[in-house]
Ligand binder design. Structure first.
Ligand SMILES: Nc1ncnc2c1ncn2[C@@H]1O[C@H](COP(=O)(O)OP(=O)(O)O)[C@@H](O)[C@H]1O
Ligand SMILES: [Mg+2]
Length: 317
């Protein structure tokens, strides 16, 4: 069995999109009218943006929906000219679309520069006679005003913890799994309102067992026990640097965590360790600096060691 659960459990209908009722109600009203304006879907990953666009198209067009739905990923395409050409070609081919318009779904629209967005806006106007655009992005603030003002904007929210829990139970039922309370709590905590992540994590955790325990989740999420990270931070603050280094290497080498995972967990753990606010602010600042450098390609081990060394010397600042 190698179906991907995020696809297997992707809701087919707007009514089944989970936890975004206000949005799906409005989208259903468009379906009833048989017409839609350009739409902008903004919000974090794994909250149902693509799912809602597809579900709405299925309801608008029925069986033949895929002939009237064209998906582009702005960050995959090489430049705005490639995008415009593809749109042009698609818009030109006249489908006998029963609604008189076709849909162009553009994912990660916020990865386009503002110049590219300006060009996109002209393209949107040019083809608005027979095409409706649905732009999807994480941050609407990165979309230029002239596009925003031409779209109905929908803000997708993180799914609540209860919502994630219900969703996971729904899949567990479908797959005949049992999940312990601790495992469920951990899945919810790691998922942070992202149903794609929640679903994937559950599938990985279920790869070797039908009875999912906290350990299975921890293992598949590749995360350290929160306690390990907290102990490492405390040791660093106390200044026992050689000990910190051992603890860090244990996480990196023996547990196989990535530097990014560790930095992110340090960031979370810092709020559980008692200290005065000023100090916490300084540490968070350093964490941000290390994370940025690592994303830019700096050596993970050196950055983590430097960060933890700073934690120790921070007392003297
Ligand atoms: N609101 C939701 N209701 C139900 N499933 C969802 C929802 N959001 C995400 N999912 C699950 O996560 C997967 C990815 O969702 P998707 O709509 O592609 O997220 P994105 O907001 O990043 O476009 C879906 O296939 C589905 O399994
Ligand atoms: Mg998406």
């Amino acid at each position: 069995m190698n179906t991907i659960w995020t696809e297997k459990y992707r809701p087919e209908r707007l009514d089944d999109v989970y936890g975004q009722e206000k949005i799906t109600e409005r989208l259903k009203a468009y379906v009833e009218q048989g017409n839609i304006p350009h739409l902008l879907f903004a919000g974090p990953a794994g909250t149902g943006k693509t799912t809602s666009a597809i579900a709405m198209s299925k309801e608008l067009y029925g069986e033949q929906w895929s002939g009237s739905f064209f998906e582009l990923n702005a960050s995959d395409e090489r430049g705005i000219d490639v995008i415009r050409n593809k749109i042009k070609e698609y818009a030109r081919t006249s489908t006998l679309s029963k609604r008189g318009f076709k849909i162009i779904f553009m994912d990660e629209a916020d990865s386009l520069t503002s110049e590219a967005q300006a060009a996109l806006r002209r393209t949107m106007e040019k083809y608005s006679g027979n095409c409706r655009f649905i732009l999807s992005c994480n941050y609407s603030s990165k979309i230029i005003d002239p596009i925003q003002s031409r779209c109905a904007v929908f803000r997708f929210r993180h799914i609540s913890n209860d919502g994630v829990e219900n969703w996971l139970n729904h899949i567990a039922e479908g797959e005949g799994l049992t999940i312990s309370k601790d495992a469920l709590n951990l899945l919810v905590r790691i998922s942070e309102g992202d149903l794609r992540r929640a679903t994937n994590l559950l599938q990985i955790s279920a790869a070797t067992t039908r009875d999912i325990h906290e350990e299975n989740v921890r293992h598949s999420a590749n995360i350290a026990k929160p306690g390990d990270i907290e102990i490492m931070i405390k040791t660093a603050i106390e200044g026992d640097f050689m000990q910190v280094r051992n603890q860090l290497y244990e996480l990196l080498i023996d547990q196989g965590l990535s530097g990014n995972d560790i930095v992110r967990q340090i960031h979370k753990a810092i709020y559980n360790i008692p200290m005065d606010n000023e100090r916490r602010m300084r540490l968070v600042d350093m964490i941000g600096e290390a994370e940025f450098r690592m994303v830019q390609g700096a050596n993970e081990r050196i950055q983590l060691e430097a960060l933890l060394a700073h934690f120790g010397s921070d007392m003297y600042r």
